[in-house]
Design a protein around this ligand. Structure first.
Ligand code: ACO
Length: 369
């Protein structure tokens, strides 16, 4: 996981805008959230999460075949965040791309990674959910700014023998609801201008009540359908790891599925809605707490902007988390990250020198591109 250190409580927000701890807690279940500082970005959180996943799995970044970063808040509109992660971890043999499916993004990315492995195209896939929605909310809009937090979570997918792994997947979308939750400007429909900035059109806009209705219907449906695809009744699911948007949405889903709410992994009280990062952060925390046992069936379920929804049913395997990682492996990985930094700088310097030489030589030789 990659979590900013800065904690913003409901009381902190109540000092700045017209809200209260009581309102936020009772309507959402959120008590505090983590917010990036000036030096942190989506990529920096994603890199921290990626390095942790590689450490836990004791894996060599040079063996990673594919990196998928699910995000709605990339560092740049162009040049993917996945490529920044690839460069920073020295994954020199990996393809890398960003995936945009709002808060469902991580589950979408997990399904894509799983399919890449199942097709034989990849052996090791790094799947990351990372977002810094604090950079995209209007901090004067109390209806949205109290909901979100920043963070990143990562998992490493690897082909294995045996019954552990992903047994069912479900992806869904409904673009007719795209304006229920969107950022109006900054894309090709409405490029950035002084007017869009003045109108705060680069901030997230949401119809909270409509999204709430959509979420309560979708979450339970998606769980039921993915369980059906995997040939399992819902009451044989040991744990649900839902997108952490609102405790009331989770409670409604549990009620509709007729399962005890305690089977839902919830941490939104401490982190708020971290968008594409919420499912992997909840998954990683629950795994580290030893909540999952080998053989347990787990449903990961997300919903979000687009509109999109996604679910994956997996069976937990013998966990490698408890196995100690030899210190020389950890040291080797740290050395690789240092080498990745040097490699990146030297490649950039080489390109600058080559360009400089080219500019110098062209007038002398009369050559053109
Ligand atoms: N503090 C105090 N009062 C507030 C606040 C606030 N932060 N925000 C809104 N209010 C007020 C409203 O102005 C309204 O006042 P009014 O009745 O005088 O007009 C009142 O509280 C009730 O507002 P509602 O919007 O009806 O409140 P609701 O109970 O629906 O809760 C909420 C709002 C929490 C946003 C809820 O609708 C929700 O959770 N929706 C889903 C949001 C969500 O999940 N979004 C993420 C999707 S995932 C992704 O892709 C990013």
């Amino acid at each position: 996981m990659g979590l900013p250190t800065q904690v913003v409580t409901n009381a902190d927000l109540a000092e700045r805008i017209d809200t209260s701890d009581e309102w936020i807690r009772s309507r959402t279940g959120i008590a505090e959230r983590r917010i990036v500082d000036a030096r942190e970005t989506t990529a920096s959180l994603a890199i921290t999460a990626a390095r942790q996943a590689l450490q836990r799995a004791d894996a060599d970044p040079r063996q990673v075949d594919l990196i998928i970063v699910a995000t709605a808040t990339p560092d740049y509109p162009l040049a993917s965040t996945a490529c920044l992660v690839q460069d920073a971890i020295g994954a020199v043999n990996a393809g890398a791309f960003d995936l945009g499916a709002g808060c469902s993004g991580f589950v979408y990315a997990l399904v894509m990674g799983h399919r890449s492995i199942a097709s034989g195209e990849s052996e090791l896939v790094l799947v990351i959910g990372a977002d810094t929605l604090s950079r995209m909310v209007d901090w004067d809009d109390r209806a949205t700014c109290v909901l979100f937090g920043d963070g990143a979570g990562a998992v490493l997918l690897r082909a294995t023998e045996g019954s552990a792994g992903i047994h069912g997947t479900l992806l869904g979308s409904d673009g007719s609801g795209s304006q229920m939750l969107y950022v109006p400007a900054g894309g090709s429909a409405r490029p950035a201008s002084a007017e869009t900035v003045a109108n705060k059109e680069h901030a997230l806009r949401m119809d909270g009540r409509q999204v709430y209705r959509f979420a309560t219907q979708t979450m339970a449906d998606a769980c039921e359908r993915v369980a059906e695809r995997a040939g399992l009744p819902v009451d044989e699911i040991h744990h649900f790891v839902p997108h952490q948007a609102n405790q009331r949405i989770i409670a409604q889903a549990a009620k509709r599925l007729q399962v005890d709410e305690s089977r839902f992994v919830c941490n939104l009280e401490r982190y708020g809605n971290t968008s594409a990062a919420s499912v992997p952060i909840a998954l990683c925390e629950a795994a580290e707490e030893g909540r999952f046992r080998p053989g347990d069936h787990i449903i990961l379920v997300g919903f979000g902007a687009g509109l999109t929804w996604a679910a994956a049913l997996l069976q937990w395997g013998e966990t490698e988390l408890a196995r100690p990682v030899p210190w020389w492996h950890s040291l080797g990985r740290k050395a690789l990250y240092g080498w990745a930094r040097v490699r990146s700088r030297s490649r950039r310097t080489r390109r600058s020198i080559a360009q400089w030489l080219w500019r110098l030589l062209v007038p002398l030789t009369g050559l053109r591109d």
